[in-house]
Design a protein around this ligand. Structure first.
Ligand SMILES: Nc1ncnc2c1ncn2[C@@H]1O[C@H](COP(=O)(O)OP(=O)(O)O)[C@@H](O)[C@H]1O
Ligand SMILES: [Mg+2]
Length: 702
């Protein structure tokens, strides 16, 4: 095991194993290693938290003395500044029993010795009430990352307060100059005031820079946390409920970008100075209470106007989001289906649809744009109205000797500046509803059940490979007829079974059930007598080598495509390549196993793609091997060679399930199950079944 070898990772791996073993029995190292950072084979605290989360253990990171860990949080991980790790298991009097991941032993230590372990990872097992239903309302994917940065918000708040106070410097300096310096020719005061103001401005620029830096950091981190959560969710959504098109899913990232943009510096900068409005208003009030009414009234006017504008804009945005989803799906499909569009001369027809979609989305976008511009123009007009009104009212106030000339100038500057955050705020208000809806749409997706939200057991270990189905039925979402109906069979460990049947008879659906990609609508599946519904998907898939009927290859080398879950060494890779017959391709390429397969494996032939997928399924030597149409796209010679290779190389302990249309592939198996319209119509020794099939064909009944 590669990650065991690495010194840095070992304490984390062992500690996590200790904790998972505590909750679930024995957990394999391979299960843990699937969560390691595959590029470096490193396993750190982040990976540890991830794996605990995936096993439904909630983690809380705290800075505290290990002595203060409440009892119900044992076992907990503690870490000191040198990154040494211990697992606290028990405390009696002043003695803490800890598991040391370096020695793999339990040690009894005096709690005072542990005081430099300041960082604590508390672990609790989720209660069942913690279901996806509550998450629909609480939006943990959105708020958790936000909450985790509260310290930065406090810092930003303090900096902002100072920046806003500093903004008073220029208007107050101006007022003093007009009212004190000019009449008294107090040049000394002027220089003192000027240098003081300059100093404040220098502080101002430093504070603004720091604030910007913190904001940038927070928004970048927030964004990447949200994006990671979304990516994880997209992959882990339960297949049964997963009906969004590729385009719509990609659109979720666009929506998230929208949300990210909202929380970035530019827009936050606009509202962050809102306190200045109140500070400036108070100062104006102090100079002249009457004058303060003007900016106050006009700001209320600006906000009310923009809130009204929000209504039509939000409605348009909703339509636009729908149109953009359609557009995105269309783009994805057209790019993927370029060749089909060409060869079937479908271009004019496709372009016609495209033109409609583009026209619709452009129409909406123009309307939204013009409403935005209109609201901006009106807001700007109102800002100028503030200046005019201040001057007009100010003149009368001066004549009544309620105000000095310097005071009027200061108020003019203050009022026109105070109104700026209000105008900005109204721009934000218009977007707020829109962003809120983006968050709702993403949240809608997050509310779909994930693969492992059900109550699970873990600690499966390596299976023997016995499979049992009891009255299993399955209907796809919204489909009228069951794709599988009342399927029951027993497959013993090491048995080799062929599944044959007409197209659409439910063979591939059966395999998806075994992989827990979908779950039976009725009945139960057992692997080694464990009910599949109680097992962790990661542990099941570790025990199954699966080759799908339409393999998906990732852009990259053949090697990267074969050892997807964890790297394997050169010798093993060569063995696999030889076994699958990919060796010839590699030799001819001159690039070894670094040969690039292209996007979706476009540089390979259909048969070669299948061979890569076959290699993937064999690479981990799983106890159960499932091959769905393994010889698709192979010529007769290659097919024969491959089957012979497989026959000789699969161990007798490995359970083999082969779904096939080809008689040649049945050479691999001893038993055949025949399916028709979602039911099993025959099951027995190969010779007997084939004989029976032949007879019935002769009779013309099939
Ligand atoms: N994602 C899906 N949504 C709805 N129906 C599906 C889906 N996948 C397969 N089906 C239907 O289930 C039936 C069985 O499909 P499948 O198991 O793929 O057949 P095969 O025996 O050829 O592998 C078919 O009638 C098919 O139309
Ligand atoms: Mg199929």
């Amino acid at each position: 095991m590669e990650i065991e070898a690495s010194n840095q990772s070992k304490p984390f791996v062992e500690s996590i194993k200790f904790i998972l073993d505590f909750y679930f029995g024995t957990i394999e190292y391979t299960t843990i290693s699937t969560f390691a950072d595959q590029s470096t084979q490193k396993f750190d605290l982040k990976n540890a938290v991830e794996i605990l989360k995936s096993f439904h253990l909630t983690t809380l990171q705290r800075t505290m003395n290990p002595n203060d860990i409440p009892e119900h949080f044992y076992p907990s991980i503690i870490i000191n500044t040198e990154n040494d790790i211990l697992v606290c298991c028990k405390k009696s009097n002043n003695v803490m029993t800890v598991f040391n991941p370096l020695t793999l032993k339990l040690e009894a230590l005096d709690v005072t010795l542990l005081s430099h372990y300041k960082s604590v990872l508390l672990i609790v097992k989720d209660s069942e009430s913690n279901s996806s239903i509550t998450s629909k309302y609480t939006k943990p994917w959105f708020f958790e990352p936000l909450k985790s940065h509260w310290r930065s918000y406090v810092e930003i708040g303090i900096l902002t307060l100072f920046i806003n106070i500093f903004a008073l410097a220029i208007p107050l300096f101006t007022m003093s100059t007009y009212d004190r310096v000019v009449p008294n020719k107090a040049y000394e005061t002027l220089f003192v005031l000027a240098s003081g103001t300059l100093l404040i401005l220098i502080f101002d620029i430093i504070l603004k820079h720091s604030r910007n830096h913190i904001l940038e950091n927070v928004s970048r981190k927030l964004g990447s946390l949200w994006e990671e959560e979304l990516m994880r969710k997209i992959i882990l959504t339960d297949t049964h409920y997963d009906h969004l098109t590729t385009g719509s899913k990609a659109n979720l990232f666009k929506e998230l970008q929208h949300v990210r943009d909202f929380f970035t510096i530019r827009s936050l900068m606009q509202i962050i100075d809102l306190p200045f409005f109140f500070i400036a208003l108070s100062v104006i009030y102090i100079i002249s209470p009457t004058m303060a009414i003007i900016p106050l009234l006009i700001s209320i006017g600006i906000i009310a106007f923009n809130l009204l504008m929000q209504i039509p804009i939000a409605r348009l945005n909703k339509n636009q989001s729908h149109t953009l989803q359609t557009k995105n799906s269309f783009i994805f499909e057209s790019i993927q289906g370029t060749e089909s569009i060409k060869v079937h001369n479908a271009l004019p027809h496709k372009l016609f649809s495209w033109r409609n979609i583009v026209a619709l989305s452009d129409g909406i976008a123009t309307k939204i744009q013009s409403l935005h511009v209109f609201s901006m123009n009106v807001s700007q007009f109102l800002v100028q109205v503030v200046v005019i009104s201040v001057l007009v009212v100010g003149v009368f106030e001066i004549s009544k000797q309620h105000l000095s000339v310097g005071g009027l100038i200061a108020i003019t500057i203050l009022a026109s500046r105070a109104i700026v955050p209000i105008v900005n705020l109204s721009g934000i208000l218009i977007r707020l509803k829109d962003v809120g809806e983006s968050i709702e749409r993403i949240n809608h997706f997050f509310a779909l059940p994930s693969e492992n939200t059900h109550k699970i057991e873990a600690g499966l270990g390596k299976l023997e490979g016995k499979i049992e189905l009891k009255n299993v039925s399955y209907s796809f979402h919204k489909s009228k007829y069951p794709s599988l109906e009342n399927i029951s069979f027993n497959i013993y460990a090491g048995e080799r079974v062929g599944i044959i049947g007409q197209t659409g008879s439910g063979k591939s659906t059966l395999v998806k059930l075994l992989l827990k990609l979908i779950q039976p609508s009725q009945g139960s599946i057992y692997i080694d007598n464990h009910d599949l519904s109680t097992l962790h998907p990661v542990e099941i898939r570790q025990n199954i080598g699966y080759m799908p009927q339409d393999p998906f290859l990732f852009n990259g080398s053949i090697k990267d495509n074969i050892d997807l879950s964890k790297p394997i060494n050169k010798t093993k890779m060569m063995e696999i390549l030889k076994l699958t017959g990919l060796e010839d391709l590699i030799k001819k390429s001159g690039q070894g196993d670094g040969l690039n397969v292209g996007e979706r494996g476009a540089n390979l032939s259909v048969g070669q793609k299948h061979l890569v997928a076959l290699a993937r399924s064999l690479v981990n030597q799983a106890p159960i091997i499932i091959l769905d149409e393994p010889t698709t796209g192979l010529d007769v010679g290659l097919e024969k060679k491959l089957i012979l290779n497989l026959k000789n190389n699969l161990s007798t302990e490995q359970t083999l399930l082969v779904i096939t249309h080809r008689f040649a592939a049945l050479d691999l198996v001893d038993r055949v199950i025949v399916m028709n319209e979602g039911k099993i119509v025959a099951d027995g020794p190969k010779e007997k079944i084939l004989q029976a099939l032949q007879n019935s064909t002769q009779k013309g009944s099939v």
